[in-house]
Design a protein around this ligand. Structure first.
Ligand code: SAM
Length: 312
């Protein structure tokens, strides 16, 4: 469990953005790596820049474990790791101008147009960078896909960045596993550097608090079963209740799916039955970020049970 001391769980925080100085135990300029893989760069960067507080975001759980172990073996202190989509986390967890530097090394290129929404780098991400980076803040991208770097440059230019590159990286780059892999295969490696120009703005949607909803009566298993399929859609968001697990005491866990501007989350909503009232809340086992779609799903479940739409 040595990796665990680097782990942060932002989806559980009540205050978003957090006080990073408190989380690191010291004030310091913030640097972010998105998609850090096995953590080779973070270890080197933390040694090379001990003055920076590094935050890494990854969507792969094994990467968190491997990177955390590497950091522990290297005795590195000022790094925090989160299992989170870096596009969402960068926007939601840092206030405007809070970050000095963001790096992405060898992002999955997702070359097919039908997978384009999975790419880290797009127009929204460039706008997020322009908002969270401070004056003169830097973004650095390394990739083996020239087209990806060129597209990134175009997005960043539109967001007011001054661009250098893409340029070929002939000598050692960020020293990551993927750099070694692509060099073995003889692929060219490209670097793009960008410096923030005008300040950008971005719309943040996550909030720390999640009110529980109390219903002034007990609900029946029949009413709970009718919640499956409950859904709402609106411009930019949607949720659906996909399944239900009923317990013998009349409580239930609802399997829910929500999307906000393309950010997808799966989680459980707990319906806890008492003798005279019922509590609807997020279940602690799968804590999602409290986005508008997640909040609407909890409110809609409570409303459906309250107004008797789900009967008997
Ligand atoms: C090709 S690997 C590169 C890993 C590492 N940077 C390297 O150079 O060895 C891309 C990594 O990005 C992670 N990733 C993909 N999309 C992500 C996202 N939206 N947020 C955070 N990490 C992401 C993947 O899990 C994967 O570990």
């Amino acid at each position: 469990m040595d990796f665990a001391r680097y782990l942060i769980r932002p989806e559980r925080w009540e205050e978003i953005p957090p006080d990073w100085a408190v989380l690191f135990g010291r004030a310091g300029p913030l640097a972010v790596e998105i998609g850090f893989g096995n953590g080779e760069f973070l270890v080197e960067a933390a040694h090379a820049h001990p003055e920076l507080n590094w935050v890494g975001f990854e969507t792969g759980l094994t990467c968190i474990v491997k990177a955390g172990r590497k950091l522990a073996r290297a005795g590195v202190e000022h790094v925090r790791l989160a299992l989170a989509d870096g596009r969402f986390a960068l926007r939601e967890l840092f206030s405007d101008g809070a970050v000095d530097c963001v790096v992405v090394h060898f992002p999955c290129p997702w070359p097919k147009q039908s997978h384009a929404e999975r790419r880290v780098m797009d127009g929204d991400f460039a706008r997020t960078l322009a908002a969270v980076l401070g004056p003169g803040g830097r973004f650095e991208l390394t990739t083996d896909v020239l087209r990806y770097a060129e597209d990134a440059a175009a997005h960043l230019e539109r967001a007011g960045f001054q661009i250098a590159g893409p340029t070929a990286v002939l000598a050692a780059g960020p020293g990551t596993r993927y750099e070694a892999k692509w060099r073995r295969e003889g692929r060219p490696i490209w670097s793009l550097r960008a410096q923030r120009g005008r300040k950008g703005c971005t719309l943040r949607i996550a909030e720390g608090t999640m009110p529980h909803v109390r219903i002034g009566r007990a609900v029946t298993p029949g009413a709970l079963a009718q919640l499956v399929g409950l859904k709402e859609t609106w411009p930019g968001g949607a949720f659906v209740i996909k399944g239900i697990y009923l317990s013998s005491d009349g409580s239930a866990l609802l399997r829910a799916f929500a999307t906000d501007e393309g950010f997808e989350q799966q989680y459980l909503v707990a319906v806890m039955r008492g003798t005279e009232e019922t509590l609807v809340k997020l279940d602690g086992a799968t804590v999602p970020f409290r986005t508008p779609a997640v909040k609407r799903s909890v409110a809609a479940v409570a409303a459906a049970l309250e107004d008797g739409r789900c009967g008997p």
